[in-house]
Design a protein around this ligand. Sequence first.
Ligand SMILES: [Ca+2]
Ligand SMILES: [Ca+2]
Length: 689
Amino acid sequence: MYKQAEPVRPPFPRPDSGQTSGPPPQPPPVHQGGSHGRVRHGNGASDDVQEGLGESSDTYEQAEEVKRHATYTSADRTYPGGASGRRALCSFIRSHRSYMAAGIVLLLGLLVVGLAPLTFINKERDRDDIRQLSTTVDALKRDQDDMRQLSATVDALKRDQDDIRQLSTTVDALKRDRDAMRQLSATVDALKRDQDDIRQLSATVDALKRDLGDMGQLSTTVDALKHDQDDIRQLSTTVDALKRDRDDMRQLFATVDALKRDQDDIRQLSATVDALKRDLGDMRQLSTTVDALKVDLEIGPSKTTALEQRRHEECKTPASCPKGYQVFSGICYKAFRNTPKSFSDAATTCRQHGGTLAMPRDAETNAFLRSLYKGSYFMAIWFGLHDQRKEGSFEWVDGSALGTYSNWARGQPNNLRNQDCVTYWCYITNNDEWNDEECNKRFSFICQAVPVSPGGGGDVEDETVPGQEEMDRGTTECSVVTVQPPMSQPRPSKSSADVLAELREDGLLPLNTRGESVAFQVPLDKPASEPDAPPRRPVQLEKLEETLQERRERVKKEPAGSRTQLRQQLGEAANRRDEMLAEGSRKLAEKSKRAKTKARAAANNRKGTAFVITSVSDTDAIVPRDSEKVQALEKRLNKRRERVAKRTTADDLEKQQALAAERRKDKRNEIARKSKELGMSSWDRALDF
Ligand SMILES: [Ca+2]
Ligand SMILES: [Ca+2]
């Protein structure tokens, strides 16, 4: 652009050089002298100006216009983003360009018009103008340089702007970085917090670890406690088993007690049976009495009077012993040496002789009896002492107690094989002292009898003893009681049976039933109503006596019964007896059944116990063996188990009970059979007269 402007050489200083807005420029002083040459020397265009001035004015304007335009354009382009003042100036110039151009044209026209005639006059002035113009051009050149510098500056500024832009970008990036840094810092903070948390967590973990260690110890303790608990459980189990054992033992004891009570009952029953047996003996004797009564009943009243008279006479005459008897202290005695008999048979024989077996109640009598059989050899000789009613309780055959005197051999009585009857023991070494023997053995025997009137004892079995034929007359009073036979109607207030009953109630036994009379032995020093040894009357016997009394009363009330009636009554009595026995048996059976049930229950319980013990032994494997207490308990338990095992098991107990029941049954049957046998035989004998 500057090159375009270069060919045009403005004739005047540029209006924009600070003179445009001012007052119209003064026409420069024309220097026709030296300055002319400098312009020409510089450009050569001054020649063209000189050749055609009119034409050159147009050209100059155009050039000036172009130059200005170019300059402004250049200036515009150079300072597009420059100072606002410059911009305002430019815009001002642009907006007032036409006015300015018109003003300049006008000025130039005026100048041309005013200067044309002075051209030649003011040649020197022109030269000065040219010089000024040249100066202006120089100034313009300097301006151009300034512009170039400005443009360079603008470029530098542009570069700076770019740099600033880049810087701004960088700053933006830095800002983003800063944000990132901030975020990072926040993250770091968060991480730091996390780290703190982790530290705290680690501390917690450490604490937990320590706790865990404690827990381990605690666990050990808990294990130990569990072991202890197991031990305690085992102990408890053992104790329970022991308790059950104890209960079982108690039940066993209870069973044993029940069995003992049963045994006692059986004993009582046995005693009752014994009493019944004795009663049967009494009955037998009673039957004898009945025999006598019957005899009495059949004897006529006339005969009775004669008999009474005879008795009266007999009582007046001195008594004498039967044939073969020897009197001692008012009682007749005889040794039956050639006919050995059992104790009961011997007693029967004596009874047939009107007496009993001999009863040596004192040493003198004893010595006299021994003298009766001396001179012959005997193993043993029966006399009237026995303990058949109650073992060890010896009594005479008349029912009285042994008393204070006795003459037992050494070590006797020993009840060997149930020896219940007494003999003189005749072995040489035994000195004829007393010895108990088995009652069924057959020995010789000694009878005693009360002295009777002469001729009264001739119809009995006789054993003649040489040298002892004569009848010793004793000094006894008449002790024979004559029982009155019942008279003809009306009946007497007291029958012979009543009398007999009374005598029996007084403890007296009939000695002799010979003929129509019944003889009783009455102690001489005491009245008959006061026997010196009252007979023992067990309750059972008393009851029996009562029953007998009732029966007697019934018999008394009724008229003399026929044989059929008696038989009927006896049958009834037998029935009642059977009923009594059956009742006793039933009661016994009931008791036995109860005991059995009890024992069975106990046995069942024992079975339960056995199961428990088994279960205990099952847990034995679990029991820690190190527990000394448990071991000791186990030892004791085992011992107890052994003891229990040694004892009767439930089955054994049942078997034993069954056996006992069988034995009891057998015994009952035997007793019933025996009693029936005895009763019936005696009654039959009584009736078959
Ligand atoms: Ca005995
Ligand atoms: Ca003996």
